[in-house]
Design a protein around this ligand. Sequence first.
Ligand code: BDP
Length: 731
Amino acid sequence: MARPARRRRLLAGFVLLLLAMAPHMAVASPPGGPAVQTGTEEDGHDLWLRYRPLAAARAQAVRPQAQGIVVEGPPTPVTDAARRELLNGLSSLLGAPVATLQSARPGAIILRRNDQSASQIAGLGTQGYAIQPLAMAGGMATVITANSDTGLLYGSFALLRHVQLGGTLHDFTETAAPKLKIRVLDHWDNLDRSVERGYAGQSIWDWWRLPDQPDARLTDYARANASIGINGAVLNNVNAVAQSLTAPYLAKAAAIADVLRPYGMKVYLSARFSAPIELGHLKTADPLDPAVQAWWNAKADEIYALIPDFGGFLVKANSEGQPGPGDYGRTHADGANMLASALRPHGGIVMWRAFVYSERDASDRAMQAYAQLQPLDGKFAANVLLQVKNGPIDFQPREPFHPLFGAMPRTQVMMEVQITKEYLGFANSVAYLGTMWQEVLQADTCRPHCGTTVAQGLEQPDQPTALTGIAGVANIGTDRNWTGSDFDQANWYAYGRLAWNPDLGADRIAREWLAQTFSADPHFIAPAQRLMMMSRQAVVEYMTPLGLAHQMATGHHYGPAPWVSDLARPEWNPTYYARADQAGIGFDRTATGSNALAQYAPELARQWGNKQTVPLDLLLWFHRCGWDEKLRDGRTTWQDLIGRYDQGMADVDTMRHLWLSIEPYVDDRRFARIDAVLAVQQHDARWWRDASLAYYLAISGKALPDGVRAPDRSLSDYKAIQLEFVPGITK
Ligand code: BDP
């Protein structure tokens, strides 16, 4: 990429020219705002915790209130971690050393743990914090108060965020507590270090070197998570192998737990349901069999002897070929409760996945999880959470929210989202998922009454002792910048922030991330935020507009393949979802079709069941439409579809232009890398649009409206594209 360097040269030339013309004149900012200084190449490893020196005036405003850190009471590994982060972060931001102090004094930041367990500070719970200025004789100090060390750690990161965003301390007040208790990353990592749906290198867990040589990088991983409130990691793939539960691998997991613990994080493991057969040589894994129960009880004892604060198990059962209680005629609740009872004496939990569907079930795939699990409402043990994907199919660019949200009032339901972009172009696209998660979290379930969002259902505000949670399938690997593409760091960040508070706006989160990751300059933030906010919808439009889904290529899911119809399992074929033929397109999920709508609240079923009132973004998800049918926006289905593919392409062009316009604010390396991703995305958007239209032209027999560009290549050319060695596929 010659551009950035050339631009820098031009800027340097401009400055030299000014100097030559007016030797006594102060050098003004170059056009377009301040250029990043030379020598500030960044590799992205520092994420949003860069702590780059603040401008002199800002540093000066903060320094009097950040002269030293005091931890009141006996230090612990967690308060040590908080203090270290404050010392490093503030020293670097302020360009002056910040000291550890022995006692409170004006100018100090005081970490004050509330030790009166009988009288917890109301509203903070066990993980929240309050930050306030404190008047002392001789001046002001800043106090971070919490009911726990972890709360102090979160408060410390909040203070650092505030300063990185340009805030001062003398007037800083913030009180926050997470709305969901369990906020985990699910790593789909295998023991050979491959990562299912991973696009950022290998697994960060170096199982071979563990437990004796834990990678120093794990501490940075833990810091990053703690900074956004993520408090757990499921270490291994949901498609689990039993070996993860053997003594050598438990010792390795224990070593990871030791690194994560000072940052308030617990480790969890995906448990293979048939482990009692594979490891224990039992004849069965039937959850009602006493020998099976005894095996799991002993396994739990073994784990907790090594990892006293082990979080628990995540289980994918009777799904996509995984073993489960159904193999023995038992229900999901039987399976989950058996594991829960083994973990209960130790305080562990089970996250039981609701991602179940079967090729032997001829009903609409979107309905199968609800059909199997909803009748089990109230049957799960108190330490079980049912983990439900955001939508009823599988992490598509857009889906309606899963009908199980709001439909199981006597079950602790958590949400699972996918941070890694399996279906949205891997790390080869810019697609900010904050907007997607906001959309689902703020969706109105109309259960038990309209005005009840998915987020409220997860939060259980009137049941303070209920277990609540959210899981995000991680996009993290050994790539130096952690996530493969620099912009994908935003999705890790947004996930953590929304897990902490599902009501934080995606736009605010984008701004926070941009300011910490690149520059807080408003001239940079405004266009960059716009780019982020439009990016996910752009992907929807060029991949699966108007409510289409699952049109991706087989297996790896990269690129378009709407024509595929020959896979053994019907619901793995894109044609199953779009149902395009000569007459029209779309999946009828109304009463005349699969009636998936009946799984939603009646108010929603009515709204979505009517072509005049369903959001157009969900039209073909719920309805079948004739090609020439007039939609309520005045266009026909055919015109609308084409318009949307074109819009998606145009939006990616706009995104790239926006990025090019903010080049002076970004260091060369990251600028060029993101620009390269956007160039690939431009190519892919065109490929998606052209291949999809080539297919729909053939299947509908229709012609392109006047003025619409014909696909670049023939349908058979597009069909012939077979990608090999695509990342993210594992055994
Ligand atoms: C799909 C992935 C597959 C996962 C599965 C799951 O294609 O690799 O194993 O979901 O969530 O998104 O279990």
